[in-house]
Design a protein around this ligand. Structure first.
Ligand SMILES: Nc1ncnc2c1ncn2[C@@H]1O[C@H](COP(=O)(O)OP(=O)(O)OP(=O)(O)O)[C@@H](O)[C@H]1O
Ligand SMILES: [Mg+2]
Length: 327
């Protein structure tokens, strides 16, 4: 089973300033700000939605094809992803731009000053899925996750033209896409992923009712944070799957991406939808216990234990044959 994950690839550079931004900003000098904060801590975290999801699929033993655009600075990140089972050959390297970067400084009062540089991500629109398909031979599913908006539309159109099943995951980009773009991304999707907030935003942007969405997207998967996930489809009863409880949330960033990795892995293995959702929730719960979006590891037995403890043993037999790697 070959899956391509298209979308953003980025790094987060997070710094801490031990003082207070407010004390440095002079009210009568705001027309000529020239400030430099001496940060005492820098953390560089790997991220980007497509990279996070591909990482999760890679550690689950699939060999996902990552599709996105980066800069020449990508090499160390490429090695990391390859070491975790991701095929990075379809990643486009820009000749002039850097990999997308989120730079954020937080002061001691939790105020933040941040900048997001899209950089090479804008070149994702130059990527042709036909070439990716030619190289890989087949693609069973393409996930279209947040990216340069033109790239999202282009990949969706390519999938429709090539007859490749696709999953729409507009999440963070929903805010800046207009109704026409969102309708185009959803129309004909095998899966549609949103969180609770995004599901309402999607209805507002498209002007469609829930039934109208379900006429275009075969399966609509909505995550509800600690309340789990709800799966809907036309002409069927909705399926609700509770979350896997966690003792504490260490870092919620990327939990939606981790869920998608587990759910899609289960789906590609052909396990029942309920079991794919259980695996998604278990991967998400594991990710919640780690700082950063690609720092969790998935060991077979602890993962199955979590699933058994939350849902009973119904799905473990279906999943155990597919979960490879260390026990
Ligand atoms: N507090 C929690 N406890 C247990 N599981 C959780 C919790 N929060 C999230 N999850 C799991 O992760 C899934 C996705 O969560 P959520 O709906 O918050 O995604 P999201 O809003 O897209 O997150 P993000 O975009 O920040 O990654 C949920 O369906 C659930 O399985
Ligand atoms: Mg999300």
């Amino acid at each position: 089973m070959r899956v391509a994950v298209t979308g953003s690839i980025a790094t987060d550079h997070l710094m801490t300033f031990p003082g207070s931004f407010g004390e440095q900003l002079l009210a009568d000098r705001l027309d000529r700000v020239s400030l430099s904060f001496l940060a005492d801590d820098l953390e560089v975290r790997r991220g980007g939605v497509a990279a996070n999801i591909a990482f999760g699929l890679g550690v689950l033993g699939l060999r996902p094809v990552l599709v996105g655009a980066v800069g020449a600075d990508f090499e160390p990140y490429r090695i990391w992803l390859k070491d975790h089972g991701v095929d990075t050959d379809a990643v486009r390297v820009s000749e002039s731009l850097h990999t997308a970067r989120f730079v954020c400084t937080t002061d001691r009062e939790q105020n933040q000053i941040a900048t997001f540089y899209a950089g090479a991500m804008a070149e994702a629109r130059e990527i042709d899925l036909r070439e990716v398909l030619r190289r890989t031979g087949r693609l069973d599913l393409v996930l279209v996750s947040p990216d340069d908006p033109e790239a999202m539309i282009r990949h969706t159109r390519s999938c429709r033209e090539l007859g490749i099943p696709f999953a729409a995951d507009p999440s963070q980009q929903l805010a800046r896409l207009d109704g026409d773009a969102v309708r185009e991304l959803v129309d004909g999707a095998r899966f549609l992923f949103t969180n609770e907030y995004e599901s309402a935003l999607l209805l507002e942007k498209t002007g469609w009712t829930e039934a109208e969405v379900l006429r275009r997207a075969a399966t609509w998967v909505t995550t509800h944070g600690g309340a789990g996930v709800r799966i809907r489809g036309a002409g069927r009863a909705p399926l609700a799957v509770p979350a896997v409880p966690v003792p504490a949330v260490t870092d919620p960033t990327g939990v939606g991406d981790a869920f998608r990795a587990g759910f899609l892995a289960g789906t590609l293995w052909g396990v029942p939808e309920r079991c794919a959702a259980q695996l998604g929730c278990a991967v998400a719960a594991t990710a919640l216990g780690h700082v950063g979006t690609q720092e969790y590891r998935l060991r077979r037995e602890p993962l199955l234990d979590r699933i058994r403890a939350t849902y009973g043993a119904g799905c473990t037999a279906a999943l155990v044959t597919h979960l490879r790697g260390p026990a």
